[in-house]
Design a protein around this ligand. Structure first.
Ligand code: ADE
Ligand code: ZN
Ligand code: ZN
Length: 267
């Protein structure tokens, strides 16, 4: 996602944090975040070039198939294992589990900022896309009259157009609308979004599988090199974007609550 997408994910998450988790998040954030997780939700994109090893952690690619397989798909371009968005979520979750251990070698402020960002990215359908087209980056399309690429349509353009057409160009109004859907339209599903099979605290494999399936069913569907995407595409796809942002936010909150609630009770 672009800045707006990540901001919405973290704003939604903030609202569902327990008091303890919220307190520990504030404690871990850098001082200039002013206690607001959403303000640092795009930090991982800002350091993508400074920390070159981190660039592949924003996504995962499949060999042109509509399912995600960790052993096959979670690696960087040198074939190093675990270097993809799913591996990154597992890794930063494990790092944050050392919170409160005085011998923890990690910069947990960075771990938290990476985790909040990658929980957003794993829900962007084309962040689990096909290797051949780099998750839609090499598919040049027109978004209405503007030339862009399919990946950027899903990171930014659909959100921008929805904001302009439905929400008076106001991000907070869009967040409010998504919040209302969480409590009304999607309320029956929300419990299922939050649970993982077994006892795992989070299940990024599942989120990645959902993403590549949505990429096949919606993002790539009926799109070719040089397609023009306009109302038909926008109206059938923006509900998917809003739901993925909601899921990312709720699941991030559940994960942080699970990581931090028991810890602070034990303190
Ligand atoms: N670069 C290569 N594949 C990508 C993807 N799926 N998403 C974002 N950037 C990428
Ligand atoms: Zn992207
Ligand atoms: Zn990213």
């Amino acid at each position: 996602w672009g800045k707006e997408g990540h901001y919405m994910v973290c704003k939604i998450a903030e609202q569902y944090l327990t008091a303890e988790a919220s307190e520990l998040v504030t404690e871990l954030l850098p001082a200039d975040a002013g206690g607001d997780l959403a303000s640092v939700c795009s930090w991982a994109d800002e350091v993508r070039f400074r920390f070159r090893w981190s660039a592949p952690l924003h996504y995962a690619n499949t060999p042109g198939v509509c399912n995600f397989n960790y052993a096959r798909d979670c690696h960087n371009s040198h074939g190093e294992k675990d270097m993809c968005v799913v591996g990154a979520i597992n890794n930063y979750t494990a790092q944050l589990q050392t919170y409160g251990d005085p011998s923890s070698p990690y910069d947990l402020s960075e771990s938290l900022m990476f985790l909040a960002h990658f929980m957003g990215d794993v829900h962007q359908p084309l962040h689990v896309g096909f290797a051949d087209d780099e998750g839609g980056n090499t598919i040049i399309v027109h978004w209405y009259r503007r030339k862009t690429n399919l990946h950027h349509v899903w990171d930014v353009n659909i959100i921008e157009t929805a904001m302009k057409d439905f929400y008076n160009n106001d991000l907070n109004t869009m967040i409010e609308a998504i919040n209302m859907n969480i409590t009304d339209e999607w309320s029956d599903e929300v419990n299922q979004w939050e649970t993982c099979r077994g006892e795992s605290i989070t299940c990024p494999n599942k989120y990645a599988s959902e993403s590549i399936q949505l990429a096949c069913d919606y993002a790539y569907k009926d799109v070719d090199q040089d397609s023009t995407l306009e109302d038909d595409y926008f109206f059938s796809r923006y509900p998917i974007v809003e739901k993925r942002i909601a899921q990312a936010g709720m699941r991030l909150a559940t994960l942080l609550n699970g990581l931090f609630s028991s810890k602070s009770a034990a303190k």
